[in-house]
Write a protein that binds this ligand. Structure first.
Ligand code: SF4
Length: 85
């Protein structure tokens, strides 16, 4: 049996789901530049997500979004009740 393990606290790019990670990379590159947050803020957000218990296999369990996509949008915010970013 070859079952894939759920990767807690992994972003999609780190989870081994290469097809999904590729699709996400394409969606991210298609986002208009003016809608993207700056690289430093993007990394700050992802660092927080990596340490969050709500991150599972790249998905935020609070909202169902892929964390990397949500964090890239400038106007987005963390949906956690403590609004982590
Ligand atoms: S709750 Fe916030 S910090 Fe946690 S994974 Fe979701 S977006 Fe990231």
């Amino acid at each position: 049996m070859n079952e894939r393990k759920i990767c807690k606290r992994c972003l999609l790019a780190e989870s081994g789901q290469t097809d999904l990670a590729q699709t996400l990379a394409e969606l991210k590159s298609a986002m208009p530049e003016e809608e993207k947050t700056d690289p430093a803020e993007y990394e700050r957000r992802l660092t927080i997500c990596r340490g969050c218990g709500e991150l599972s296999d790249g998905t935020c369990l609070k909202c169902g979004c892929y964390a990397e996509f949500r964090a890239l949008k400038k106007r987005m915010y963390c949906p956690h009740e403590n609004k982590k970013w």
